[in-house]
Design a protein around this ligand. Sequence first.
Ligand code: PHE
Length: 449
Amino acid sequence: MDAAPPPRDEWSTRAAFVVATIGSAVGLGNIWRFSYVVGENGGGAFLVAYLVAVIALGLPLMLAEFALGRRARADVVTAFSFEMKSRRWALAGWLAVIASLAILSYYAIVAGWAYRYFVIYLIGSPAGAGRVDAATHFTAFLHSSWEPVAWQLLVLATAVVAVIAGVRNGIERLNRWLVPLLAAIVVVLAAYSLTLGASRAGLGFLFTPDWSALARPQVWLAAFGQAFFSLGVGLGALATYGSYAPAPVGLPRTALLVAGADTSFALVAGVAIFPAVFAFGLDPTQGPALAFVTLPQVFAVMPGGAWFGLAFFALLSIAALTSAVALVEVPVAAVIKAKRWSRTRATLAIGTLAFVAGVPSALSDSAFAVLRPWGVNILEAIDRFSSNLLLPLGGLSVALAVGWAWPRERAVTSGGLASPSLAAAWWYALRFVVPAAIVAVLCWTALRH
Ligand code: PHE
C-alpha cells in the first residue's frame, strides 16, 4: 500500500501569495520586453491598447486561472480535469506544462544575459565603453560557443535551488526578499533618470498617444501578446500559485493587486529607461537589443552610469529569477503529482530538461545559427511560437474550462466576486469576449505567416 502523501505545502499568509505572484508576473517581460515592444509600436498609443488588453482579457483570465488552481488545490494538470466530465481536460493542463517549459527554455537564456551584465558591472568593467563597442561586445558574447550556456546553467541552478526548498521555505522566502528590493531599485532608477534633462522627450515618447497607431492591427496584437506574457496567464503559473493559497483567499483582490503591480512596474521601468535613452540622443526603437546594447551605451556616457548599470542589471536579474522560479514550479508540481516523485527529484529532472531544451537557443547565433525557422534565430522562433501560439491557446483553454465547461454556479462561487453584477460581467467576458479576442489573434497570426 502507498504511504499517505505528505500534506500539501501552502503560502504562509495571503500577503505571501500576493508577493510570490507579483514575483512571477514581474519579469523580463516588464523591463526587457515591454520597453522594446513599446519602442516598436508607437509609444503612448501602445499603452492604451495594452491597458485595454490587461483589463478586458488579462484580469478575467487571471481570476479564472486562480479559481481553477484554487478549487482543485492541485497542479495545473489536475486542476483542468478536476470535476470535469471528460478526462481529456488533462490535455489542456499538459499543454500549459509544455508551454511553461518552452518559455523557460529561452527565458533562462535571456536571464543569463542579465546575470552576465550584472557581474560585469559588479566587477567594474562595463561592457563596451563606447557607442560602437556595446554592440560589438554583445554580438561577440552571443557568438561565443559556450558563454551563454554557462550563464543559462547558473540561472537554472538558482531557480532549481529555490524550488527544491519548497513552496514556503524556498519560493515564498525568495520572493519576500527580492520583490520589495525590485520595487525599490526601479523607483530609484526612475527618479534618477528624470533628473537627466530629457524627461520631456522620454515621458512624451512613453505617454503621448499617437492615435493613428491604434488603427494598425499589429499594435493591438502586440498589446495582447505583451499582456498575456507579462501577466503570465495561460501557462499554469497562476493556477499553480493559486493552488497554494491559504484560506480565506480573496482571489479577485489578489488578481487586481497583481495586475496593478505588474502594469505599474512596467510603466516605472519605462520611466527609468526612456528619459535616459533620450538624454543621450539614442534611438529607443532598437528591438530586443535595447536593454543589452542601447542601455549600456547610455550608461557609458551618463554621470554615475556604472552604478546605474549595476542597479539596472540587478533589477533585470532579480525580476527574471523570480519568474523563472514560477516557470519551473509549474512542471514540477505536475510531475510530483503525476509520477509521485519527490520534489527534489522532480525539480532536478525538470531543470535538466529545461537546460537541454534551451541549449540551441543559448547558441542560436553560434553553433545553432543555421537553424532559422521563419527567418529568425531559434531563440526568437521559440519566443514567437510560445508567445503567439502556446500562450493564447493556454488562455483559451482557461476561458473555455471556467466559462463553458464549468456550471455557472461553480464558476461564480470559485471566482469569489462579491457583487453579482461584477460576477456576471466576468462570466460573460470568459464566455465571449476573451475567446473571441483570442481566436481573432490566432487567425490574424496565422494569416500573416
Ligand atoms: N510574466 C513573466 C514576465 O513578465 C513571464 C512569465 C510568464 C513568468 C508566465 C511566469 C509565468 O517576464
